[in-house]
Write a protein that binds this ligand. Sequence first.
Ligand SMILES: *[C@@H]1O[C@H](CO)[C@@H](O)[C@H](O)[C@H]1NC(C)=O
Ligand SMILES: *[C@@H]1O[C@H](CO)[C@@H](O)[C@H](O)[C@H]1NC(C)=O
Ligand SMILES: *[C@@H]1O[C@H](CO)[C@@H](O)[C@H](O)[C@H]1NC(C)=O
Ligand SMILES: *[C@@H]1O[C@H](CO)[C@@H](O)[C@H](O)[C@H]1NC(C)=O
Ligand SMILES: *[C@@H]1O[C@H](CO)[C@@H](O)[C@H](O)[C@H]1NC(C)=O
Ligand SMILES: *[C@@H]1O[C@H](CO)[C@@H](O)[C@H](O)[C@H]1NC(C)=O
Ligand SMILES: *[C@@H]1O[C@H](CO)[C@@H](O)[C@H](O)[C@H]1NC(C)=O
Length: 317
Amino acid sequence: MELKFSTFLSLTLLFSSVLNPALSDLCNPDDKKVLLQIKKAFGDPYVLTSWKSDTDCCDWYCVTCDSTTNRINSLTIFAGQVSGQIPALVGDLPYLETLEFHKQPNLTGPIQPAIAKLKGLKSLRLSWTNLSGSVPDFLSQLKNLTFLDLSFNNLTGAIPSSLSQLPNLNALHLDRNKLTGHIPISLGQFIGNVPDLYLSHNQLSGNIPTSFAQMDFGSIDLSRNKLEGDASVIFGLNKTTQIVDLSRNLLEFNLSKVEFPTSLTSLDINHNKIYGSIPVEFTQLNFQFLNVSYNRLCGQIPVGGKLQRLRRVILFS
Ligand SMILES: *[C@@H]1O[C@H](CO)[C@@H](O)[C@H](O)[C@H]1NC(C)=O
Ligand SMILES: *[C@@H]1O[C@H](CO)[C@@H](O)[C@H](O)[C@H]1NC(C)=O
Ligand SMILES: *[C@@H]1O[C@H](CO)[C@@H](O)[C@H](O)[C@H]1NC(C)=O
Ligand SMILES: *[C@@H]1O[C@H](CO)[C@@H](O)[C@H](O)[C@H]1NC(C)=O
Ligand SMILES: *[C@@H]1O[C@H](CO)[C@@H](O)[C@H](O)[C@H]1NC(C)=O
Ligand SMILES: *[C@@H]1O[C@H](CO)[C@@H](O)[C@H](O)[C@H]1NC(C)=O
Ligand SMILES: *[C@@H]1O[C@H](CO)[C@@H](O)[C@H](O)[C@H]1NC(C)=O
């Protein structure tokens, strides 16, 4: 009697798994439910056609599952188009490590506050969209972030000083927005990794914080803002900085007094009010790119060394 019953049970299970593929899904049912709601919130866009309730969500486009837990660990929409706001439901994918919306001109509204719940996020890219509002403070709670890219949006307001609390950041892209105010002092006080820093094409004003003297940025782009005063704190003999772009600001300092790290390979300071002369040390540096044009430099262009071989050098002042 018992034997028969268990045979019946396993047969039933076998049948139902044939008839209902959901039983053999790798996909976590909670994740699947949330994804289907996200699809609905975006109005069933063409790019999410593969998101069908009768298929395994680990096989859907634009998402991946972790190979051991089978939980959704990435949601990346960079081709095709979605419209409207980022749904709060993205915060209900608790195992997400990568979240990306890229080249989505119809994606509007603020940076979704529910993203604050995604404590396991390592990479957040919301770029080339039409997101507006401020760069939210809550991003500093996502301690595992190694990559944060909010470039090419319509973000306004000041840069939150709390971003320096992200200990694992390799790159911070806030370029091509409408950010205003000063660069926070804290961006010269990152508590862990010093990220590559991209703040170009905003409306940032005031001085570059002196705290930057302590930061060894690998790459730093502050171009096309309204920054004033001295930028020599970015440089220093003990640094390993390779790429510096300060072009198209209102910077005003004596270039002869700057101590350039030997690691520097690319320097663009065009369109500022930089004075003094081109340092003789430049002949010893391995520049691949140098543009010092449209400043107030005077004196002679130093002769010799590696500067002579540089084809793309513009030493126009
Ligand atoms: C995006 O917005 C534009 C202009 O409003 C519209 O023409 C286009 O159809 C929208 N695209 C999608 C995928 O909704
Ligand atoms: C953050 O990363 C560490 C190291 O990879 C990991 O052990 C930890 O679980 C992660 N935190 C969250 C909230 O996922
Ligand atoms: C971006 O959004 C604003 C208002 O939210 C709208 O006026 C503008 O047309 C949008 N731009 C694009 C490229 O969709
Ligand atoms: C940015 O937002 C403003 C105001 O909402 C809008 O007029 C403008 O079209 C937006 N810019 C872009 C590049 O979408
Ligand atoms: C470089 O030296 C300055 C002053 O001597 C110091 O404040 C700074 O922390 C040093 N930077 C690095 C990256 O070692
Ligand atoms: C720039 O600094 C150099 C070296 O200290 C000095 O000789 C020169 O007079 C300064 N130039 C200006 C315009 O202050
Ligand atoms: C240097 O900057 C000036 C001014 O923006 C520009 O006209 C010139 O093409 C630049 N040179 C190079 C090699 O990029």
